[in-house]
Design a protein around this ligand. Structure first.
Ligand code: PMT
Length: 402
């Protein structure tokens, strides 16, 4: 029987500590064993007895509380398959960034080699303070997943960023980290993903775009992160939360997407071009709103020019050892068209998917054929997240075969 994974939940002194109870329950519902370590300040918000009742495990607070375990921080650190700190105060983030270990939670954090997931929560000004942002960047650069705080009405009365992220998003980030620790087959690799549509302005209020929701690309980014990769996600305008831990670059137009992708492409080991890039853009976007009536002639004849083909352009700049994956979105003859795109765009793998009639665009599931020079693999309809893993599996096989 597979060993039950242990998530060590660190709770720090913040009003959002009450939400840690829901996080503990959420992790338990997904099959995890949960242990809790609290700072002394956190016990002012939630009694350790609450967590002991929820987890049926002793709750650790003081460095010297457990006489039966003289080096408690080490045994806690070793038991953890993932260390999730939620909520994480500005103070605890700062201490971890500096390597300060002056209580049981921060000492355990320093001793823990398991993946670290940090969900900050604090007042908006504390969250946006340069020191806090720098500390969170430091933790992220060391491999921690930061589940960014949300915006809204804060307990202190201020409105802005600093609210603990949604419980479900935090649970999901911890599970992704667990899954990544289990597989970790992309550890040490950089993955670049393009996602979503592009918007090509006609005037300040109108633009040309397409139906891409970004779900497929975001699923690829989440899968790569879960498997230990360092991920850059270059995203067109979408309404999705990016997966925790990705370096996200938001763009609007195809030209912006090319410029944003180029530096990350140079460093990437695997590149997945999922974005639905507009092939054409208005040649002369107006700098004022074109008026119905007065500007009918201009609106009826919008001159279009070709956008750069991001995949084809960057594939020409590739260096040895890079694996380039593209998509082919087709309403017919997907595999035949994918074979052509494999050659004309210079990719190693094309994910052919049929679109239209409710398929692929905006859906949670997708059906694809993986087309490479050594043949095709038809996959059944499956969740985009699962397809993302299948694409990364194939990319790794192609890398190994090179
Ligand atoms: O975002 P979702 O709602 O989840 O939908 C997913 C999807 C349908 C967008 C996705 O599965 C998909 O098919 N993405 C590629 C869409 C597309 O533009 O396909 P294409 O056949 O036109 O382009 C072929 C490849 O060239 C793609 O990898 C594309 O990213 C790339 N390309 C295309 C044009 C261009 N100017 N630059 C490019 O890089």
């Amino acid at each position: 029987m597979e060993k039950q994974s242990t998530v060590l939940v660190g709770v720090t002194g913040c009003i959002a500590a009450y939400k840690s109870c829901e996080i503990v329950r959420g992790l338990q519902k997904r099959g995890c064993r949960v242990k809790v370590v609290m700072t002394e300040h956190a016990t002012h918000f939630v009694d350790p007895l609450t967590f002991r009742s929820l987890t049926h495990e002793p709750v650790a607070v003081g460095l010297f509380d457990d006489p039966s375990d003289p080096i408690h921080h080490i045994s806690l650190a070793e038991e953890a398959d993932v260390f999730l700190i939620a909520p994480c105060t500005a103070n605890v983030a700062a201490k971890m960034a500096c390597g300060i270990a002056d209580d049981l939670l921060t000492t355990t954090a320093l001793a823990c080699t398991a993946p670290l997931v940090v969900a900050p929560a604090m007042n908006v000004h504390m969250y946006e303070a340069e020191a806090t942002q720098r500390n969170l960047r430091t933790l992220k650069a060391r491999g921690a997943r930061i589940v960014e705080a949300g915006s809204g009405y804060l307990a202190c009365g201020d409105v802005g960023r600093g609210r603990l992220a949604d419980v479900d998003a935090i649970v999901e980030a911890a599970l992704e980290a667990l899954e990544g620790a289990r597989r970790a087959d992309l550890a040490g690799l950089s993955v670049l993903v393009t996602a979503g549509p592009t918007e090509e302005p006609v005037d300040p209020v109108r633009f040309l775009t397409n139906r891409s929701s970004g779900k497929m690309g975001y699923a690829v980014a989440a899968a790569a992160l879960a498997r230990g990769a360092q991920v850059t996600l270059v995203s067109g305008p979408v309404a999705l939360e990016p997966p925790a831990g990705a370096d996200v670059v938001r763009v609007r137009t195809a030209c912006e997407m090319l410029e944003a992708a180029r530096p990350a492409f140079a460093d990437a080991d695997i590149v997945v071009f999922t974005a639905a890039v507009a092939d054409l853009r208005p040649a002369h976007p107006a700098d004022r709103k074109l008026k119905k009536g007065a500007d009918d002639a201009l609106l009826a004849r919008i001159e279009l020019v070709s956008n750069p083909d991001i995949l084809a352009t960057l594939a020409q700049e590739r260096r040895a050892g890079q694996t380039v994956v593209g998509f082919a979105a087709e309403t017919e003859n997907a595999v035949e068209n994918a074979r052509v795109k494999l050659e004309t765009k210079g990719a190693d793998l094309i994910v052919a998917n049929e679109v239209g009639e409710g398929r692929a665009f905006g859906t949670d599931d997708n059906q694809a054929v993986l087309v490479s020079r050594d043949g095709e693999r038809a996959l059944p309809l499956m969740p985009k997240r699962q397809l993302a893993d299948a694409i990364l599996d194939r990319a790794l096989e192609l890398r190994a075969a090179h």
